[in-house]
Structures are given as C-alpha cells and as structure tokens.
Design a protein around this ligand. Structure first.
Ligand SMILES: Nc1nc2c(ncn2[C@@H]2O[C@H](COP(=O)(O)OP(=O)(O)OP(=O)(O)O)[C@@H](O)[C@H]2O)c(=O)[nH]1
Ligand SMILES: [Mg+2]
Length: 390
C-alpha cells in the first residue's frame, strides 16, 4: 500500500522549517498536528484573533493547535566572509560589487541601461494589463482559496519534508537535520519577466524565493545586493515602484522574485494586510515557492502591518524568513536596530506562535549577504531533494 497519502497528510502539518545559516546543524520539525488546518489563507486576513483565554495567557492565536514550535538555538558558526561583511572597520562600504563580473566595464553598463529601459516598459505594460484584469475579477472564494492552499501544501517544502521524514523514518514531532550549505557564488542573474497573474509567471521549473515587505523597505535593493548587480531590480525613493511579480533567474537554476510592496500609506494604523490580488494568488498558488523572504526595516520600531503579514504567512502555513533591512542606518547616540529587532521578534512570536529564522542585512554595506545566500542554498537543496525523491 502506498504511503503517499499518509505522507502528504503529514506534509500538510509541516508548517515550518527552521534553518539557521552556518549553524553546525539545522533542524526541521514536523509539527504534531492536534487539529485540522483552517486553510484560510486566501483572503485579506487580519492578524489572527486570540481567544480571551489565550489573551490572558499571552498565547498566540493558533499556537498549540498544530503542535509545538521548534527553535534551534545552536550557535552560529561565522565564516571569514561573514566577518568581512558584518564588521565595518572603516567608513567605507564593505560590499565590493567589483568582485563580481557584472558592472565594471562600460559595455556591461550600457547593456544594463538598455535592459532597465526594457524592463521598465515591461513593468508598465504588465501593470496596466493587471489593473484591467483586477477590475474585472471577482473576489476569490474562500473555498477555492482553501483548495489552493491544500494544493500548495502538496508541493514546496511540505512535500520535501514528507519525503525526508519518510526516508529518515521520522515520526511527527521529531527533528530532521539539514546539512548546512555554503553560500553559492552568483555567476549569472537575469531578469526573466514581469507578470500580473500566476499563469503569466515563467514555468515553475525552478525552486523560488519571493521577496516581500512594505513599500520602500528595500526589496529591490536587496535583490541587487545579493546578486551583485546595480540595476537588476528597480530601486526608487518613491514607494510603489515595483508593481508586478518580477522573476529573476539565478545561475540558471533558481528564481528570485521581486514583488510589489504592501501598505505604504496606511502603515501605522492598519493591522490587516491587503495584498494586491495577484500577490496573494502568487503566494497561495505557486507550488515551487520554497520560502518567502519577509523584509522588515530594522531602523524603525515594529509596524503592526509587518507583524500582521508574518501572522498571515504563519496562518497560511507558508514558510518564511524575516530579513531585517537597513542595518546601516544609525541615529545619533547609536543604532536603534537591536532594540527594534528584539521588539519585532517578540511581537511575531506572540502573533505566530513561533519566531522564524531571521537575518540582518544592509544593501548599502552588503551585510548579511553571505548568510542569506547560504540560507537560501540550504533550503533549496532540501526542496530539490524532496522534489526528486517524490
Ligand atoms: N540606508 C539604506 N537604504 C536602503 C537600504 N535598502 C534600500 N534602501 C533605500 O530605500 C529606498 C527604497 O528601496 P527599494 O529597494 O526601491 O524598496 P522596495 O521595497 O523595492 O520599494 P517598492 O518597490 O516601492 O515596494 C531607496 O531609496 C533605497 O536606496 C539599506 O539597506 N540601507
Ligand atoms: Mg521594489
């Protein structure tokens, strides 16, 4: 008798992967499932509502419903490259993009300028098209959304976890150990296309990592920083620059995805995430989405909207990693970022029932680049293994 249905059942409850970059070991827990998944990730969700009992006990909504949260607090092993990025020794930016082949010569710069122009036109055309479609579309039915979520759980890390758990003979609640990965060198990074529906996205043949966060948090800048390209993704001081789902193929083997930001105008008051329709669909439907990189500005105190976004991913059982940005920004009297980060992690822990992996970055100095690339490589390896083992 096939074990597959049972494994897929297990996979649906594998809600979270905790992988610490550079840790001597990283682990994954298949959460013990104490109830059924609500699967309500298809709509615009407010932060999950806590019961009065939970509120009294300070327990996050959903916590305990699907089992315990696993935290791997094994010490981080720092690489020499990390030390180079993370510890400024002078006022100079430490990230040296000339180490990469891309933007040094004139020809390359011209090519990039032409590509950027083309890219801008693609963005405009796709966004205009998207607005038409958006007006025409009715809201997604909750049942369809739940169905989509179930479909997603069958792909992605859930399937990888099921395969890995089966091959290791693990039971629910036991830990899987993922081998650490080295940061992979970026050899090629190319813009593929801008899309406004999941159907328009490039064929789902590679594992992919999506970058999301509030408008102006630094999503496009982060993509440029980790790929070592100045103008691969479009950066702007004006919020709302990125308006489509933009796929970039890295080393011809994985996708990095730049998404439109959420909620710039309403930041401090609203605590529900209003996804742009196609962004929401993308999260729910894209089966090769390995992990979402949720960007959070470390230079400001926690925003309720960012916490709500984390809660949305937790509720929808979509694995995510928090990437703190703008670590280089300092105020007089020292950096406020440690305080902001600690406060954010505490709020996320309360809202989600666990704190996902976190990585500190600066697109200005290159801080966190090695760590982020190693993190992504580790998850990618795991995802690929699961896919091919199925
Ligand atoms: N100091 C500092 N500024 C940054 C950093 N990352 C981004 N910025 C600045 O923040 C602004 C917004 O950056 P983008 O990368 O365009 O932000 P985005 O999240 O893609 O914005 P949208 O596409 O509008 O949602 C730009 O002026 C960047 O130069 C960082 O690490 N440090
Ligand atoms: Mg952008």
């Amino acid at each position: 008798m096939s074990l597959l249905p049972q494994l897929l059942g297990l996979a649906r409850h594998c809600r979270y992967v905790w992988v610490r970059p550079h840790a001597t070991q990283a682990s994954l827990r298949i959460s013990a499932a104490a109830g059924t998944s609500s699967g309500s990730g298809g709509g615009n969700l407010a932060a999950p509502v806590r019961s009065p009992q939970q509120q009294r006990r300070g327990v996050a909504a959903g916590a305990g419903r699907r089992g315990n949260v696993f935290l791997d607090d094994s010490p981080k092993r720092r690489t020499p490259a990390d030390a180079q990025y993370n510890e400024p020794t002078s006022g100079q930016p430490l990230f040296d993009s000339s180490r990469f082949n891309y933007d040094s010569d004139e020809e390359e710069q011209q090519r990039q300028a032409a590509q950027e122009q083309e890219h801008e036109e693609d963005h405009q055309a796709a966004a205009d098209n998207g607005q038409d479609q958006e007006a025409a579309s009715s809201t997604t039915a909750a049942a369809a959304a739940a169905q989509q979520l179930r479909r997603r759980a069958r792909g992605g890390l859930g399937a990888a976890a099921a395969v890995a758990a089966a091959s290791a003979g693990l039971q629910e609640g036991q830990d899987l150990v993922l081998p650490p990965a080295r940061a992979v060198k970026i050899k090629t990074a190319e813009f593929v296309k801008s899309s406004v529906t999941v159907d328009q996205c490039p064929a789902a043949r590679y594992p992919e990592f999506a970058v999301i966060g509030r408008s102006n948090v630094g999503k496009s800048s982060l993509i440029n920083m980790i790929t070592g390209r100045n103008a691969l993704a479009m950066v702007s001081k004006t919020p709302g620059k990125t308006r489509c789902i933009n796929h970039f193929v890295i080393n011809g083997s994985w996708f990095l995805v730049d998404l439109p930001g959420y909620g710039y105008a309403k930041t401090s008051k609203v605590n529900a995430v209003e996804w742009n329709r196609f962004t929401r669909e993308y999260f729910v439907e894209r089966e090769t989405l390995v992990t979402v990189l949720l960007l959070v500005d470390a230079s400001i105190p926690p925003m309720p909207l960012d916490v709500a976004c984390a809660a949305w991913f937790a509720e929808a059982e979509i694995p995510f990693t928090i990437v703190f940005t703008k670590l280089d920004k300092k105020k007089k009297g020292g950096s406020p970022s440690d305080e902001n980060i600690a406060a954010f992690e505490e709020q996320v822990g309360e809202a989600c029932g666990y704190v996902p992996p976190t990585i500190r970055t600066s697109s200005k100095s290159g801080q966190g680049r090695t760590e982020l690339l190693a993190h992504v490589a580790q998850l990618r390896d795991f995802f690929n293994k699961g896919r091919h083992g199925m």
